[in-house]
Design a protein around this ligand. Structure first.
Ligand SMILES: NC(=O)c1ccc[n+]([C@@H]2O[C@H](COP(=O)([O-])OP(=O)(O)OC[C@H]3O[C@@H](n4cnc5c(N)ncnc54)[C@H](OP(=O)(O)O)[C@@H]3O)[C@@H](O)[C@H]2O)c1
Length: 270
């Protein structure tokens, strides 16, 4: 019960990594505030967390909207009286060539992944400064290495990495911890829900999800890194290798990444 009496907000906690984080932090003793856009999924997740003995409060909220993020912070504070840890997890992906991509899709991905983190971090920061708490960004390997047909997603994750690195340095003498977590391929709904060029969802994953890290393993690693107040976390062997190669041989990595992603089912480039 390392997090007894602490309050954690997890955005996008109705599925995948966010849901697993709500369980992992809740089992470590925290009271959990979860968000999502679907009332049914939010209610179901709350019931499951309660069954596991976790104290939970749900807020229906679209992560891309500034006023809704302000409401999440207000309601979390109103309900539990404090905010110690914020996990900026809500996210959406896309897959399309940039030349074919409707820019409305680019905006939607930036709003959900990047602007959501800015809005909610801004709204929670006074309370997290007071508690000398933690802010976690669930970024991606795409936060430091781009992949073709993922321009908007990559841009949103690079933006997150830059924003949180800057913020970390800004608050480093005030007791606030900022973790940038970069999972590699993780089994979840993200690829089923990924947006195509016209904004419709892809509906199926082009990759073998059974061979990926589980959301629960990612959540456990995020919990550990938060408790140890680590500055960053890079997950999966493939992700660590990508990080290393991209630092030292970025040109060779362009070819490796192109060839790897071209092999995906229904890849928009060959
Ligand atoms: N899975 C991977 O391979 C992988 C790798 C690296 C990083 N990540 C990152 O991990 C995070 C979680 O993704 P995941 O893989 O767990 O995907 P997921 O299973 O699709 O879960 C995404 C969560 O975000 C929520 N969400 C999406 N749009 C939202 C919005 N506008 N407002 C509020 N909530 C929203 C979804 O809930 P509703 O749809 O109910 O709103 C859902 O709870 C994302 O930031 C993603 O970029 C994933």
């Amino acid at each position: 019960m390392m997090l007894k009496d602490k309050v954690v907000i997890v955005t996008g906690a109705t599925s995948g990594i966010g849901r697993a984080c709500a369980f992992a932090f809740g089992r470590a003793g925290a009271k959990v505030v979860i968000t999502g856009r679907s009332e049914v999924k939010l209610d179901n997740t709350m019931v499951e967390l309660q069954k596991a003995g976790i104290e939970v409060f749900g807020v229906l909220s679209d992560a891309g909207k500034r006023d809704e993020n302000e409401r999440v912070a207000e309601q979390a504070l109103g309900h539990f009286g404090r905010i110690d840890i914020l996990i900026n997890n809500a996210g959406i992906s896309m897959r399309a060539l940039f030349e074919e991509l409707d820019l409305a899709v680019f905006h939607q991905v930036m709003d959900t992944n990047f602007w959501s983190s800015v809005y909610l971090t801004k709204a929670c920061l006074p309370e997290i400064l007071k508690r000398k708490g933690s802010i976690v960004a669930v970024s991606s390997i795409n936060g430091f290495r781009g992949t073709p047909a993922r321009t908007a997603y990559t841009a949103s994750k690079f933006a997150m990495n830059g924003f949180f690195e800057s913020l970390r340095t800004e608050v480093m003498k005030r007791g606030v911890h900022v973790l940038v977590a970069c999972p590699g391929f993780t089994a979840s709904n993200i690829r089923n829900n990924a947006l195509t060029a016209d904004g419709s969802s892809q509906q199926e994953s082009p990759r073998d999800e059974s061979r990926m890290m589980s959301a629960e393993e990612v959540a456990d690693a995020i919990l550990y890194a938060t408790l140890k107040r680590k500055r960053d976390l890079v997950l999966t062997r493939q992700g660590k290798l990508a990080n290393f190669l991209n630092k030292w041989v970025p040109g060779i990595m362009d070819t490796i990444v192109y060839n790897h992603m071209a092999k995906e089912k229904d890849s928009p480039f060959k």
